[in-house]
Design a protein around this ligand. Sequence first.
Ligand code: SN0
Length: 316
Amino acid sequence: MKNFININDVVDYKSLVKQAIFLKNNSHAFKKIGENKILGMIFFNPSLRTRLSTLKAASLLGLNTMIMNFNNEGWNLEFEDQSIMSGDKAEHIKEAAKVISQYCDIIAIRAFATLTNKVDDEGEKIINSFLKYATVPVLNMESSIAHPLQALADAITIKENIKTSKPKVVLSWAPHPKALPHAVANSFVNMMKVTDYEFVIANPEGYNLNPEITQGIKVIYDQKKAFKNADFIYAKNWSSYDNYGKILLNDNSWLINTEKMELTNNAKFMHCLPVRRNVIVSDKVIDSDNSLVIQQANNRTYAAQIILKKMITNEK
Ligand code: SN0
């Protein structure tokens, strides 16, 4: 694997999940593989799990790391070609990406969607500019439209908790006070598409995800109906896609509570974190024994470790 940008870069998802679970039980098995190599991590947005789990994964592989929070530590970057840089942008991505490539063997990038310009967001301006100008492999730590390391950790977590061969997995929209990106939901959908699980999306009208991504997936506008017989409830907020970046619903009618979880087949509760308690999910549900959120966060390490390992060795 050269770059890891989205779930489609995974050739065999089942084998990848198995290899990640192997690493979880043998995390020091490849502790020299990254020796004398450097992972550079560039953040344009905040991070807790991605930053620390990727650092831990690098350390387990013997990789050295460099981190930069570009928003407050880097020069303001220009991405446009042929621009006259007389404004507030001090450095062009062309130089920045090439320079960083001389210091690092892999560049990992976090750059969220702006949610103000759909064309720019879908064009993945930041990560694609790094792919274009960097001379080393690029790892996606959540871009405008994809968060594949999260989706891989989620697939590992489902695999660890599966009770039937074809569980019912529900991705449920839930409320949030801020407009949030579609990246986590998109990658989760892409991951579910390559499994044999029964998968449905529950969201209010007006909140359908990009139809190119959800093609062939059942979307239900009635949350309670969708929850019936579910084995996994994956909660996530996203802003409207059609009415791009807008919040259309801000009451608590889609909050995930005990009453709704009781409609399921004793389902496990999942969320990528950070989560707004009592807005997305009630305390009782997230604090219950059925909640997998901490296990999901733990699996971020092994998702990052297997991907970094494959990038270092350039194996499929
Ligand atoms: C991000 C998102 O894409 O939804 C990162 C998730 C891994 N989440 C947020 O930005 C939450 C911010 C908030 O204020 O709750």
